[in-house]
Structures are given as structure tokens and as C-alpha cells.
Design a binder for this molecule. Structure first.
Ligand code: GRF
Length: 244
């Protein structure tokens, strides 16, 4: 198990306000052992609020708008090329509202990670929080997973439940889910930076930290950042057009 001696180069893709981007930047800034560096922030929208956070942090930004009716493969190639110009090694989808094809994913095999505001495989797609609320679930949550060619489907790195409250609105529930995402996404990105994720079919196995004792001998992980909870074995579900 080789742990890189230098920071892993991270590209972050956003479409919205970028609170998950901010949480990742904060986690990197406050954890000297994170071993990750955001080298570029990309968006499909020039008005994505998160772009300003990137600029404020002095991080290069790229915007590739997908015009209606435009050649999607060409758009994706341009976006990938612009991330590659920054030698990105891991791509973090932090509220990126576009589906990426296998052609894009093949450039970063098992190195594209997404956060989704539901307990997958429930409520895949762009309206996960609203649909969970409308369905009347008592518990929803968030999922951080590697991205494959199906929507909100790849191997799960971490999940955490968030209870639905009686007077919840979509915004209130989403805010509480985001508060969890802000912890879970950086923790999972950190695992990728430390090369501690192994994929076996749909299952993601998290390797112990380099300096951890043999797990059966001493259970607690000495890592300063708590590792996310291991994911259960999810079942596939039908896809939809946009990724939330
Ligand atoms: C997050 O809830 C994420 O799961 C979903 O979009 C939201 C992005 O929020 N895909 P932000 O832009 O990071 O604030």
C-alpha cells in the first residue's frame, strides 16, 4: 500500500453555491495530514456561487457551459482537458449537476467521487431531498460514492442518516443533510488522497491508516479525522437525467 509523499491534486466540480467545496477547503487547511490540494475548480455554470469561493482562495477556475443542443461529448472532452491541464488526479463532484460519461470517467478510474443528499439507492436523481420529503420517509441522509456510468450508483464510500422532522421544509432538511455532507465528503476525499480505498465489485473496502495498528489488535484508528462509516451493500435502482 503506497501512500503518496506529496499532496494529491484535486479538481472540484460545482454547479451551485459551493458549500461542500468550502468544507473541503477548510478540512484541507486545518488538517496538515490531509495530503490533498485543490488545484482547480470547474463548473458548467458561469454564475455558480461557489466559483467566487475558489477565486477568493486563489484557486484557478474553469467554466465550460453546456449549451442547449450542443455536442455533449465535445463539452465533456473540453472540461476533462481543462482539468487535466492542472494535472488533476482525483475529481470531486461537489454539487455538480451534470452526468459524466464513461469516456470522462475513464480518465480518472475509481477517482471520481460524488456526494448525494439521500441514502442511496433511495431517491437517486436531481430532486432527492424533495422526493424523500414527499415520500414521507422518517430518515434520509447522504451518501458519498465513487462515480460510475449510472446516475448516483457507484461503490459507496460512506453514508450517514439524517432524521426527517415533522415541520421540515425541503430547504431545512437539505441544510441538515449538507451539514453532514460537509464532514463526510472531506473525510472520503482524504481516504482517496491516502490511497486507502479498494474496490471489489460494488463494495468499497477502506484500508487501515498506514500508521494504524493491526485492526483486530487495537480497534481505534489513530487518524485525526474520523473515517466515515463503512457502507452497507446497496442495490441498484433506475437512473434519471441529472445528478443532484
Ligand atoms: C449537495 O447537497 C449535494 O449533495 C448535491 O448538491 C448540493 C450541493 O450543495 N448534489 P453546495 O453547492 O455544495 O452548497
Amino acid at each position: 500500500m503506497g501512500r503518496p509523499a506529496r499532496a494529491t491534486r484535486l479538481a472540484v466540480l460545482i454547479s451551485g453555491g459551493g458549500s461542500n467545496l468550502c468544507a473541503l477547503l477548510e478540512a484541507i487547511a486545518t488538517d496538515p495530514s490531509f495530503e490533498g490540494e485543490v488545484v482547480v475548480v470547474g463548473s458548467d455554470r458561469s454564475d455558480a456561487g461557489g466559483l467566487q469561493h475558489a477565486r477568493d482562495a486563489g484557486i484557478p477556475t474553469v467554466v465550460e457551459v453546456l449549451e442547449r443542443g450542443a455536442d455533449r461529448a465535445a463539452w465533456e472532452d473540453r472540461l476533462a482537458a481543462r482539468l487535466a491541464e492542472h494535472d488533476a488526479e482525483v475529481v470531486v463532484l461537489a454539487g455538480f449537476m451534470r452526468i459524466l460519461s464513461g469516456r470522462f470517467l475513464a480518465r480518472w478510474p475509481d477517482r471520481v467521487v460524488n456526494t448525494h443528499p439521500s441514502l442511496l439507492p433511495a431517491f437517486r436523481g436531481a430532486h432527492a431531498v424533495r422526493e424523500a420529503l414527499e415520500y414521507g420517509v422518517a430518515v434520509t441522509g447522504c451518501t458519498v460514492h465513487l462515480v460510475d456510468e449510472q446516475v448516483d450508483h457507484g461503490p459507496i464510500l460512506a453514508q450517514e442518516a439524517v432524521p426527517v422532522l415533522a415541520d421540515d421544509t425541503e430547504d431545512r432538511l437539505h441544510d441538515r443533510i449538507k451539514a453532514v455532507e460537509h464532514r463526510l465528503l472531506p473525510a472520503c476525499v482524504r481516504l482517496l488522497c491516502h490511497d486507502r480505498v479498494r474496490i471489489d465489485g460494488r463494495r468499497a473496502r477502506i484500508l487501515p491508516a498506514d500508521d494504524a495498528p493491526v485492526p483486530s489488535a487495537v480497534p481505534p484508528d489513530p487518524d485525526p479525522v474520523p473515517d466515515p462509516q463503512p457502507a452497507p451493500d446497496p442495490q441498484p435502482a433506475p437512473g434519471s437525467e441529472e445528478r443532484p
